[in-house]
Design a protein around this ligand. Structure first.
Ligand code: ADP
Ligand code: MG
Length: 448
C-alpha cells in the first residue's frame, strides 16, 4: 500500500472500494480494488479467488493483474483502463448506432478474452458491458473477476450462481446446471447492447424480465446490420445451452475470420497490449503457507459431487413465476442508502442464490428493488423507486411486458429450439474445489 498514492475513488460497492492509484516509483496509474475481508476463513478464501483468477489470466484483452496483498483488507492492483467501460461508451452514443465494423472489432476482442478464460476452465459469470473496459488505443479489456470460478469436470454441477439478472441465462431461472454456455448468453447480451444501444430483455417487473429471458423475447436488430450479425445473435440466444455456440465455434465463423486475424495479428505486432512486466509480482499475504491443494483440473472425479436437477421439474423459478402475480418492488429495510450506493451490512453475505429453492429466490427478488436486476448483487435505489427494472440502457417507450406478444417489434426466434451440434462444446461446469490462496499464488509466481 505504501508504494501507491491514492488519486481518487472510482467505484464503491458491496466489496469495498475501487481506487485509482499511482505507483510512487514510476507514476504509472493502476486500479486498486480494496476488498473488505470477511471474518470467516471460508469467506476470506472466496474473496481471494478474484486475485487468484485474475493473476492467472494473461491476455491482451483481459485487464492485467499487477499484484495483490493483504492487511485487514485484500488489495488487488491491476492495469488501469483509461477509456472507461463499454456501457459508458454506449451511453455516450446518445442513440447513434455504431458501425458494424466497430461492433465486430469489439466483439471479437471480447470473444478472444472469453476464449482465454474458458481454455483455463474458468467461468467469468458476470460478463456485462460494465465489466468490459476500453483503453486509449481502443483495445478491449475484460475485467472484474469478482464472480469468476474455476470449473472442472463436466460432471461437477453448480449449486449457486452469481451474476447480473439482466444478463443471466434461462437455465439459471429454470434451475438447470450452468456451464461455459452461460457466459455465452451474457456475451450475447453485450453484443446486442452494442448493436442496439439497448438491453435485449427489459420489462416492467421481475416476472416479465425472467419470462422474457426464458422465452427469448427480444426486438430484432436494426436493419442496417448484416444477416450474419442477426443470425449470430439468434444462435447465442438459443434457450438450450447445448445448442448455443461456444466461443470457439463463434471465432471460427467465416464472417468473423477476417476480424479475428486482424485482432490476433495486431496483438502479435504490438506486444504492449500484452503484459509488459511478465514478472509482475505478488506480495504474499501475511500467512503461513498451507498444503498444496489437489490439482484443480483433476480433482473432481466424474462420479462424485454432481448435483442433478430433475429436468422439467415443477419447482423452477420459471414455473413458479408463471403462476405468480407480478412481483412488486421494495427495498430491504436493513440497508441504508448512501448516495446511490447501498451500504451493505458487513455481516451479510454478498452473493449467492440458492438454486435449490426457487420459492426463496422469488422471495428475495420480491424484496429487492428491481433496479438491482442490472447489478451484480449490488443494490441501489434510483431516485424514482417506482421506475423499476431499469438497466442503464432501459428504453422507456419500448418495453412491452407481454412475453408472448406477436407485435411487430417483438421477435421470437423459432430457430432457438432447433438442434445444433454445439453440445460437444458444453464441456465444463463448476468445480467445488476451492484452491488455496497462498499455494495458488506461489505456483503462479514460480511459473514466471
Ligand atoms: P464491482 O463491479 O464488483 O463493483 P469492478 O471490478 O467491476 O467491481 O470495478 C469497480 C469500479 O472500478 C467500477 O466503477 C469500474 O468501472 C472501475 N474499474 C474496475 N476495474 C477497472 C480498470 N481496470 N480500469 C478502469 N476502471 C476500472
Ligand atoms: Mg463490475
Amino acid at each position: 500500500m505504501e508504494n501507491y498514492k491514492v488519486l481518487s475513488v472510482i467505484g464503491e460497492g458491496s466489496f469495498g472500494r475501487a481506487l485509482l492509484v499511482s505507483h510512487l516509483n514510476n507514476a504509472d496509474k493502476y486500479v486498486m480494488k480494496e476488498i473488505r475481508l470477511p471474518k470467516s476463513s471460508a469467506a476470506v478464501k472466496e474473496s481471494r479467488q478474484e486475485a487468484i483468477l485474475l493473476a492467472k489470466m494473461k491476455h491482451p484483452n483481459i485487464v492485467k493483474f499487477q499484484e495483490a496483498f493483504e492487511d485487514d483488507h485484500l488489495y488487488i492492483v491491476m492495469e488501469y483502463c483509461d477509456r472507461g467501460d463499454l456501457l459508458e461508451t454506449i451511453k455516450l452514443q446518445r442513440g447513434k448506432l455504431f458501425p458494424e465494423h466497430t461492433i465486430l472489432h469489439w466483439f471479437v476482442q471480447i470473444c478472444l478474452a472469453v476464449q482465454h478464460i474458458h481454455e483455463k476452465r474458468v467461468l467469468h459469470r458476470d460478463i456485462k458491458s460494465k465489466n468490459i473496459f476500453l483503453t486509449q488505443r481502443r483495445t478491449i479489456k475484460l475485467g472484474d473477476f469478482g464472480s469468476a470460478r474455476v470449473l472442472s469436470s463436466p460432471m461437477a454441477y453448480a449449486c449457486t450462481y452469481v451474476g447480473t439478472p439482466y444478463y443471466v441465462p434461462p437455465e439459471i431461472w429454470e434451475n438447470l446446471p450452468y456451464n461455459n454456455k452461460s457466459d455465452m448468453w451474457s456475451l450475447g447480451c453485450v453484443l446486442y447492447e452494442i448493436c442496439t444501444l439497448k438491453h435485449p430483455f427489459q420489462a416492467g417487473s421481475w416476472k416479465n424480465l425472467i419470462m422474457k429471458i426464458c422465452h427469448g423475447t427480444y426486438s430484432p436488430l436494426p436493419s442496417q446490420y448484416s444477416y450474419d450479425l442477426r443470425s449470430l445473435i439468434k444462435q447465442i440466444f438459443r434457450k438450450d445451452p447445448r445448442q448455443r455456440p461456444s466461443v470457439n465455434t463463434i471465432l471460427k465463423r467465416r464472417a468473423l475470420l477476417k476480424m479475428v486475424n486482424l485482432c490476433v495479428s495486431a496483438q502479435l505486432d504490438d506486444p504492449s497490449g500484452l503484459p509488459k512486466d511478465e514478472s509482475a509480482s505478488i506480495i504474499h499475504p501475511m500467512k503461513e503457507q498451507q498444503e498444496t491443494p489437489p490439482d484443480v483440473q483433476q480433482s473432481s472425479s466424474p462420479a462424485s459431487g454432481r448435483r442433478q436437477w430433475e429436468k422439467g421439474a415443477t419447482g423452477t423459478v420459471l414455473n413458479v413465476l408463471e403462476n405468480a402475480s407480478i412481483l412488486t418492488s421494495s427495498i430491504k429495510a436493513n440497508r441504508s442508502v448512501g448516495g446511490h450506493v447501498i451500504k451493505y451490512d458487513l455481516k451479510e453475505k454478498r452473493k449467492d442464490w440458492d438454486k435449490e429453492a426457487p420459492e426463496s429466490l422469488l422471495n428475495i427478488l420480491n424484496n429487492l428493488d428491481l433496479c438491482s436486476a442490472f447489478k451484480t448483487y449490488t443494490i441501489y435505489r434510483p431516485k424514482a423507486s417506482e421506475d423499476c427494472l431499469k438497466g442503464p440502457l432501459f428504453n422507456n417507450t419500448k418495453a412491452p411486458d407481454a412475453t408472448d406478444s406477436r407485435e411487430e417489434e417483438i421477435y421470437i426466434d423459432p430457430d432457438r429450439l432447433q438442434p445444433r451440434s454445439d453440445d460437444e462444446d458444453t464441456d465444463f461446469e463448476e468445480d467445488e474445489v476451492d484452491p488455496d490462496w497462498v499455494s495458488e499464488l506461489q505456483q503462479w509466481t514460480d511459473s514466471q
